[in-house]
Design a protein around this ligand. Structure first.
Ligand code: HEC
Length: 476
């Protein structure tokens, strides 16, 4: 029984932590209304299992979580295995590490773009050199600037633009390098077998690089950030120091990049992260996304209770959100107010609008249509999030503020040729409110995203990535 287990979890944690436990479980207040506590235990993580994700063997504030072992991913798997994989990867990537979090450690590269294309920028511990864009002068197919698919951008309720980063881990970068240098054939999928991984590891070793996270396999990420000075409590967010474009508010319809000092240093707060990577037998990769609990309210959705009934949670926008006014309505929401000019990088109001906030909500909560048919998938994600966030909340860990919205993959490792490929499983209409804000619905000439594979579909494994290949790492 879930209730019993949750009480046990709380008791075990209270007994194992020396800091006072304030019994204030920081579960997302609006995303998780009280009755969700009665979601059936469709996908659970026990305190012992979650503890084993931590290097220390127990759930602890600021504790380091190891990456999910992607090469050991079970061939006989369940939906829950994929969601657990994604959540463990998020907790790893946002674990404290020298100079910040794992995202800023040598395991990951930032990917920056210039006229010569994308470049891997190594992380040097303690050196703040992340450079994030809203949109530069490159084509939208590779430049993280405005949002993918049109360059629209979002302003938070407190007036921060959303900045985007693109990142990949060392396994991804060395695979890219081996392919670019014709050591691994261009037709090869992202490593997802022991043999595929071995060829990347041995190529990297020949170049003097060791891959301590080899069993994480290749990962690519996209991150979304707001100015940490604009959030109610920056301690509730994973933060990073970065330089971002420096705008002059020229008029209500135009912000131009400051010519004297085109960039400005800011501390940024993480609001969204896409985590995408292969697991054994899945070259199409698992496409997962996470959001801060205060981003935006959910549309109405259904879940299954412990008692076997299917219950609808109504839309409720009351609360303090980064991208929705408290009590804001769905009508009038999700209308792009401004876009980033791809040639100048300027913020330009869309026709008839001004540069301003606009209400955002999650159209397809948990990545599926808001119908009763989604209750099974929703319950899996709600159940997993409740377990993990409750335990992290009990120890006061900042990662308790981030929820997994969902993940999508194929049942048989086939590469989806389109967003409605029958083999797709999980959160079929997945979107992040900070990154695919306007692609959640058909509006203003935009087609619905139909989830991650609505844009990332392909005929080849590497074709699903919009990065691959970029300029390789330097080699001997
Ligand atoms: C509207 C089309 C669209 C949708 C929908 C979309 N993406 Fe993307 N995505 C892009 C484009 C285009 C890029 C290239 C960078 C850019 O322009 O922002 C990209 C980049 C990325 C990257 C960085 C690495 C790369 O492949 O370039 C990741 C990771 C990513 N997307 C994950 C996701 C996930 C996860 C979802 C679903 C939740 C998703 N995307 C939905 C269009 C889309």
């Amino acid at each position: 029984m879930r209730i019993t287990r949750r009480l046990l979890a709380a008791t075990a944690l209270a007994a194992s932590t020396f800091s006072p436990v304030h019994a204030q479980v920081q579960t997302p207040v609006q995303a998780f209304p009280a009755n969700l506590q009665y979601t059936n235990a469709a996908c659970s993580v026990s305190p012992k299992e979650l503890g084993n994700w931590f290097v220390s063997g127990r759930v602890s504030k600021g504790g380091f979580v190891t990456f999910a072992n992607s090469i050991a991913f079970p061939a006989q798997n369940t939906t829950c295995d994929f969601y657990k994989w994604a959540h463990q990867m998020f907790l790893w990537i946002s674990s404290p590490a020298a100079g910040g979090v794992v995202l800023e450690s040598p395991a990951f590269f930032d990917i920056n773009f210039d006229a010569q294309g994308g470049h891997y920028i190594p992380n040097t511990a303690g050196v703040a050199r992340h450079s994030f864009a809203v949109r530069g002068t490159k084509t939208q197919s590779i430049q993280p600037g405005g949002q993918a698919g049109g360059g629209d951008t979002v302003l938070s309720m407190n007036g921060s633009l959303v900045y985007f980063g693109v990142h990949a881990n060392d396994v991804y970068a060395w695979f890219n390098t081996a392919v670019s240098n014709k050591v691994i054939p261009t037709s090869a999928p992202f490593p997802n077998t022991p043999a595929g991984l071995a060829s990347v590891v041995s190529y990297a070793a020949g170049q003097g690089a060791s891959l301590p996270d080899a069993n994480a396999l290749g990962l690519e990420l996209k991150t979304a950030w707001v100015d940490a000075a604009t959030v109610p409590n920056a301690a509730d967010y994973v933060t990073i120091d970065a330089t971002v474009p420096n705008y002059v508010k020229t008029s209500t319809a135009l912000w131009t990049i400051n010519k004297q000092s085109p960039t400005v240093a800011k501390t940024l707060a993480l609001v969204g992260i896409h985590i995408v990577g292969a697991v054994q037998g899945h070259p199409e990769m698992v496409w997962a996304t996470f959001e801060h609990r205060n981003n935006a309210p959910n549309n109405s959705f259904y879940f299954n209770t412990l008692f076997g009934s299917t219950v609808q949670v109504p839309y409720n926008s009351t609360g303090t959100w980064s991208f929705m006014a408290s009590g804001g309505t769905q009508s009038g929401a999700l209308v792009p107010q401004m876009t980033i000019d791809p040639t100048t990088g300027n913020v330009v109001a869309t026709n008839g609008n001004t540069i301003r906030q606009n209400n955002v909500y999650r159209v397809n909560p948990w990545g599926n249509a808001p119908t009763a048919a989604s209750a099974v998938n929703n319950s899996q994600l709600i159940s997993l999030n409740l377990d993990i966030l409750a335990m992290l909340g009990l120890v006061g860990d900042v990662r308790a503020n981030y929820m997994q919205v969902g993940a999508v993959w194929t049942s048989d490792g086939s590469i989806p040729a389109g967003p409605t490929a029958p083999a797709l499983r999980g959160s079929l209409l997945l979107a992040n409110t900070t990154m695919e804000t306007y692609h959640q619905v058909v509006t203003q000439g935009k087609s619905a995203s139909m989830g991650c594979f609505g844009c990332h579909f392909s005929t080849t494994s590497t074709g699903t990535s919009h990065l691959f290949p970029i300029n390789p790492l330097p080699t001997k």
